[in-house]
Design a protein around this ligand. Sequence first.
Ligand SMILES: Nc1ncnc2c1ncn2[C@@H]1O[C@H](COP(=O)(O)OP(=O)(O)OP(=O)(O)O)[C@@H](O)[C@H]1O
Ligand SMILES: [Mg+2]
Length: 209
Amino acid sequence: MATKLISVASEKGGVGKSTTAVTLAAHLAEHGRTLLVDADERLHSAWKWTTKRDDYAGWPFDTVKYADFNNEMASPYDFVVLDTKGGEGKNELTALSEASNLIIIPCKPDGLSADGLVETLQPLIAGGITNYRVLLTDIPPAPNSDGLDLRLELDAAGIPMFAHGIRHAVAVSKAAREGIRIRDVKGDRYAKLVWMDYELVCREVLRHV
Ligand SMILES: Nc1ncnc2c1ncn2[C@@H]1O[C@H](COP(=O)(O)OP(=O)(O)OP(=O)(O)O)[C@@H](O)[C@H]1O
Ligand SMILES: [Mg+2]
């Protein structure tokens, strides 16, 4: 099958791009050969997370920094997941959408992250661009309804979204610190649940690429 490029991008920082890129790549690797490309030359969070330990065999995909990547390297892979540095406005998103099979735009349901999202994405809808989806991440547990409120707001604005969102769990930052997959964080049952959230998102991704 031809290589599918899945980019993770957002206008706002700290919304879960690297978490999504790393965890989705781990799930996609169950379905085909996968390469994670870290295009955030400022932080390299995804690269650091997945190359931190040499005593850990949990990463089923290859990782490369964008500076060391060229297009020919993509051809043996079924999936290439691109973690971006963020800050993409509508022009960058439009360009990225032309290069990618799918753009995932994570958004946390805090006022700041969601602020301006509809305005950023509206021109994509107006321009007939459809190969992107917003992923709600770090959703606080009930009775907090911020995740639901944001879902309703984006739905009313006609913004395409993943049906599944990613719940909040401290295991996420712990996994990044320890250089392991979220599912391997010990003693936290939310770790497994967040891992399963991403599995459901992976299934949706497979339907859209
Ligand atoms: N589901 C979640 N539950 C709890 N914390 C989360 C979740 N998703 C992301 N985070 C935390 O939010 C912070 C930002 O996540 P991440 O680094 O993935 O975002 P980013 O968009 O890549 O950020 P940047 O713009 O700095 O590259 C991290 O501390 C991460 O651990
Ligand atoms: Mg990042």
